[in-house]
Every structure is written in structure tokens, then in C-alpha cells.
Ligand binder design. Structure first.
Ligand code: BTN
Length: 257
């Protein structure tokens, strides 16, 4: 909305200090990646009321009508690797919603937020690295908030449908950013591993049989744990341990959660 000059920006003092707001874009991640490439500072946010080409992992279409919360956060993390970062942001969104609004929510590895077996939100992380350095990270976050109608094949729900309350999207965005920033600061000091117990606690598939669809076909596996790098540790039918990283194209078909 309005005139925007890309690039040259300083890091913000706090997340949410600089929010670029749009009525409709194809994807806030696309805009955020362009901004990040042009030098936009750490902590800036791209927010849209609606997306015409919202994207999920593996270029799946992400339904983003008005009423939802669709935004992307630009980060320049001072770390060597980002293992588990999608799980972390999924956890923090869940914890924020559980503390302020509704529980229990579930984290379906590595990026899905579920309530009563229906999808309420998701996270799409995109990065640019140069040599071994992470140049930028764009965290795209989508939450079904006040939107209440979904295409039938989506098996989705929203905060409105679960709680029968309409939220102020802008306030929710700012509160969520504040919450996640505190968690992120703690992650930079303590690392991914310090959040592993909370991630595990929210992950209903641990100890369960799931179907995992790879490029190569569908396999039944038992999920044993989430590892120290955020990978899914499974046992296959022959009782062999297999580790699955979020870089692999995997779709989990869960038993009811
Ligand atoms: C997934 O479930 O696969 C991830 C969905 C991520 C959706 C958000 S909405 C804001 C940002 N812009 C996008 O195009 N995608 C993410």
C-alpha cells in the first residue's frame, strides 16, 4: 500500500517497528525476498491482507483470503546454520496462540499447525546463503484467523471457527512478533536444542505409525523422535533407523491427532 523504497534500511529496534502493509500481493514471501535482496534490514515485516499466490512448502498453493494473518519476517541471523528453524517458528506460533487464545495445538513436523486434526497455519522458510554465510532468512507465516470458509479438500480450520471470536489482525501480528522475538533471542543464545523438549511435547506423531510420501513412493514408518538438528528419526518396516530432514520432500499422513 503506498510508495515503498526498497533496501538501505537499518535493522529495526524491535520486530514490528517497520511493517510494510499491503492490501493484496501474490505472496508476502516473494516481496520479502526482493526486499531482503535489496538490503532491507533485520526484523522488517511484509504483511498482506490477502495473497493471490500464497505459497506453502514445495510450491503448494496456500489459500490466503482476507481475514487471515499472512506475513513474512526478514532476518539476518548471526548463526552458521539454521537447522530446525522452521520447527522453532512453528513452536513459537503455537505457544503464542496457546498462551493467549486456544489449546491444545499440535505441531506436525516440520511446519504445520493443527487443531483437532485440522490445519490452522503453516510456516515457509526461505534463505539465501553466500559461501557458508547466511545472507538472509525469510520466515513466512500464515494463520487462519477470522477467515471461516475453505475449499473442501483443505481440511482446515481457523481461530474464528474454533473460538468464535474475531481478532484484530494487526494487534495479533504485533503481539505475535513481540512474543517470537523474545524466543528468537533466547534461541540465539542457547541454540535449537534448548527448545527440543517443547517441540517434542507438541508433536503428536512421536511414537506413532505414519505414512511418509517421498518422491519415491509411500512408506509406513514409526516416528521415534525429533533429533538434535530437527530431523525426524524413524524406524522403517525392517526396524532400520531412518533420519528424514526437512529438506526432503515428505508428506506425512497422520493417524487422527
Ligand atoms: C505450508 O504449510 O506449507 C506453509 C504455508 C506458509 C504460508 C505463509 S502465508 C505468508 C507467507 N507467504 C506465502 O506465500 N507463504 C507464507
Amino acid at each position: 500500500m503506498g510508495w515503498i523504497k526498497m533496501g538501505e534500511s537499518q535493522p529495526v529496534k524491535y520486530w514490528g517497528e517497520r511493517i510494510y502493509k499491503y492490501s493484496c500481493v501474490t505472496s508476502t514471501n516473494n516481496i520479502a525476498k526482493d526486499f531482503a535482496g535489496a538490503g532491507e534490514g533485520d526484523g522488517s515485516v511484509i504483511w498482506a491482507l490477502e495473497q493471490s499466490g500464497g505459497r506453502g512448502r514445495w510450491e503448494r498453493f496456500w489459500f490466503s483470503p482476507p481475514g487471515g494473518l499472512w506475513f513474512s519476517l526478514i532476518l539476518r541471523p548471526p548463526v552458521q546454520n539454521l537447522e530446525g528453524i522452521t520447527l522453532l517458528f512453528s513452536l513459537w506460533v503455537i505457544q503464542f496462540l496457546e498462551e493467549t487464545l486456544l489449546k491444545p495445538l499440535h505441531l506436525c513436523w516440520p511446519n504445520d499447525i493443527y487443531m483437532r486434526g485440522k490445519k490452522m497455519g503453516g510456516i515457509l522458510a526461505e534463505t539465501k546463503t553466500r559461501d557458508t554465510r547466511i545472507e538472509w532468512l525469510v520466515m513466512g507465516i500464515g494463520i487462519n484467523v477470522n477467515n471461516a470458509q475453505f475449499p473442501q479438500d483443505l481440511n482446515a480450520t481457523s481461530i474464528f471457527l474454533e473460538k468464535e471470536t474475531c481478532l484484530d489482525i494487526e494487534c495479533t501480528l504485533k503481539e505475535l512478533l513481540h512474543f517470537m522475538e523474545q524466543k528468537y533471542r533466547s534461541y540465539l543464545k542457547l541454540g535449537f536444542i534448548s527448545f527440543l523438549p517443547e517441540i517434542t511435547e507438541h508433536c503428536p506423531m512421536i511414537g506413532k505409525e505414519v505414512e511418509i510420501a517421498y518422491y519415491r513412493g509411500t512408506h509406513r514408518m514409526k516416528v521415534m523422535a525429533i533429533g538434535e538438528k530437527g530431523q525426524l528419526i524413524t524406524l522403517n518396516r525392517d526396524n532400520h533407523r531412518e533420519e528424514i530432514t526437512s529438506a526432503e520432500k515428505v508428506t506425512l499422513m497422520l493417524p487422527s491427532i
